[in-house]
Design a protein around this ligand. Sequence first.
Ligand SMILES: O=C(O)CCC(=O)C(=O)O
Length: 257
Amino acid sequence: MSLTPQRTEPLSHEELYLFDTMGFVKIPNFLSRADAESCRTELLDFPSRLMEGRGDKERFDDLVVRSKNFRDLAESEAMRGFVDPVVNQPYRLIESYALRRESQSVFYLHNGNSEVLTYGEGRSVQRNMSFSHTFHDGKLFCMFIKVLVYLTDVREPDDGPFCYLQGSHKANYPWFADPDSSGRAPALTKENFPSLDHVRAEAGDAIVLNEALLHGTLPKESQGERILMAFSYAPAFVTDWKEIDLRSPSIDKLGHY
Ligand SMILES: O=C(O)CCC(=O)C(=O)O
């Protein structure tokens, strides 16, 4: 069964304002409840894996490769209407996956405009350029946009709703100034994070997200399944997180192909 987005208009002026100032905008009823349920049923037959080190999340990769329904959705006019006005460059889909969780699961805060990025041996910087974003000529230029499509209701705080630190997509200071190398993180509460807020969703709702926002989910404590799909878009010149491999036969030591 093909999917029919209920919402096909591009982001409005007001939605762009919200996206710019909040780092995301919610699109209620992007899919009908029936289409959300048919997505859920279809993807549960795909292969999945438990996320390494975070065994409470089951991840279904490459949705668009596994099903024409998902590919058509990722390429649809409706999706383009969300991505075009915030990327404003030729762009491509860089990932498409679903996450399934049950009770007692967490998704800790990640990204943030100014969080410390450590990569490789002893290398660390205070800006991850992969989700940098700017504004000029009356247009937004985002490097990493994710459209989250909820396939089950996430109505109450204990259903583990999407959460975020207000304004963190425009932060200049890192919140996690001293990343704890032990991997321990403070509980996701208002006491620990005064600017924490969360967003309720119904099956079929979407969130268009600037990945520079420090975001995650509140702990899921209620019973039942929580499942969503994610489609990520980036300017066409963005590629994988992979350093130049100087051992490759197609490249010499000076980097000439
Ligand atoms: O599950 C959610 O609501 C958020 C998912 C998310 O942050 C992600 O997939 O990067």
